[in-house]
Write a protein that binds this ligand. Structure first.
Ligand code: PLP
Length: 396
């Protein structure tokens, strides 16, 4: 059964971490992996998550229902849709998912059942590598909408292509902290994007892996979703991941939801989510759902979580500033202002593959070959070395 196949290539992102771990240099720096690191370069268990874990009562290990842990679904929906009509009128369908990836899987499978077979899905170019991989394996024709030019969001190119998109098709939007470019539309641009989506009857899927993590305020980061719902009155889906915002990467905890305009629609949508969950993973894992629920439902822990979001987002902003200052100090050839203008976990440097290889071989600094670097991997102990290495590489 296996001889006729070539080996599947290793995953480009996980392979960076593999090479990093295999490197014996004491000063190596991993800027490949999109996971938060503290000021000493170590994984960070959020103080709120520690409190939540300590607060859990004894529990058994029965299966969760197919749609997941009801208190988690309720808390996460209230967090996401705070102040919206859909929340008040109970027109939201929700289902616990295997983090953000699982939410994308369920939403696209559900749309295939719900809509009269949309065959095309629109994603940004560039985007998170899983969008291509996942949607094509599900059987969608994946079309790209260019969104990036010269260190910034390319509004004109993006909207020009969006206008050509096929009516009824899903379009995947990065709610904030665009991966990999770190370039988000402004609120004014979001308004125009929303009106094109409404006019062309496209179906928006908000891929929301960085809510709260981006600005430190969940509500600020969720603004485009609520604008689409409240002002444009469009139906939409949200794929929410708690991986970055609670540091629960390995627990695989997320929520997929449809915000609809009628109770009947949300009941249908939820039944379809239940059916696609059953057909794929049967039921989601319980532990992360219990921890996230304790964070969201206990006022003192939730207050600490809000502080934790500020801690993470401000450390990342500070590291953007520090990296930029060091490059200015060194008078490194090129314009590096993109590092401070972009937002979220990543900066998109725009250096060549040869330069990226050089950084890895000579300086033991690892990043993915698109020149996306994870700012979270920088700290006061390594930011100067990073800038000096980049300087040497650019002049090489
Ligand atoms: N969507 C985007 C754009 C991401 O960057 C990520 C994580 O890197 C995800 C979704 C979901 O990740 P996870 O499945 O770990 O929640």
């Amino acid at each position: 059964a296996f001889q006729a196949q070539d080996l599947a290539p290793p995953d480009v992102q996980f392979d960076v971490t593999r090479r990093f771990l295999a490197d014996n240099d004491d000063n190596k720096i991993n800027l490949g992996q999109g996971t938060y690191r503290d000021e000493n370069g170590r994984p960070w268990v959020l103080p709120s998550v520690k409190m939540a874990k300590a607060s859990l009562d004894e529990f058994n290990h029965e299966y969760l229902p197919i749609l997941g842990f009801q208190p988690f679904r309720d808390e996460a929906s209230r967090l996401l849709y705070k102040g919206t009509r859909a929340l008040n009128e109970d027109t939201i369908a929700s289902c616990q998912s295997l983090s953000g990836s699982g939410a994308l899987l369920l939403v696209t499978l559900a749309l295939k059942k719900l809509q009269s077979a949309p065959d095309t899905i629109y994603i940004t170019d560039p985007t998170w590598v899983n969008h291509h991989l996942m949607f094509s394996i599900i059987g969608y024709k994946v079309e790209i909408l260019p969104c990036y030019r010269d260190g910034a969001f390319d509004f004109d190119a993006y909207t020009a292509s969006l206008r050509q998109a096929k009516a009824g098709s899903p379009v995947v939007l990065h709610t904030c902290a665009h991966n990999p470019t770190g370039c988000d539309p402004t609120k004014e641009q979001w308004k125009l994007i929303g009106s094109i989506i409404k006019e062309n009857k496209l179906f928006p899927i908000f891929d929301s892996a960085y809510l709260g993590f981006n600005s430190g305020s969940f509500d600020e980061d969720a603004w485009p979703i609520r604008y689409f719902m409240e002002v444009l009155s469009v139906e939409l889906a949200v794929c929410l991941s708690m991986a970055k915002s609670m540091g629960l990467y390995g627990e695989r905890i997320g929520l997929v939801s449809f915000a609809t305009l009628a109770r009947e629609s949300s009941q249908i949508a939820e039944s379809v989510l239940q059916s696609v969950q059953r057909s794929t993973i049967t039921a989601p894992p319980a532990y992360g759902a219990r921890v996230a629920t304790a964070v969201l439902s206990t006022p003192s822990i939730r207050e600490q979580w809000q502080k934790d979001l500020v801690t993470m987002s401000s450390r990342i902003r500070l590291m953007r500033k520090r990296a930029y200052e060091e490059l200015v100090r060194l008078q490194t050839p090129g314009d590096w202002s993109c590092i401070i203008n972009q937002t979220g976990m990543f900066a998109f440097l725009g250096i060549s593959k040869t330069q990226i290889k050089h950084l890895e071989r000579k300086h033991h600094i690892f990043m993915v070959e698109t020149s996306r670097l994870s700012i979270a991997g920088l700290n006061e102990h390594n930011v100067r070395r990073f800038a000096e290495a980049l300087d040497e590489t650019v002049r090489h």
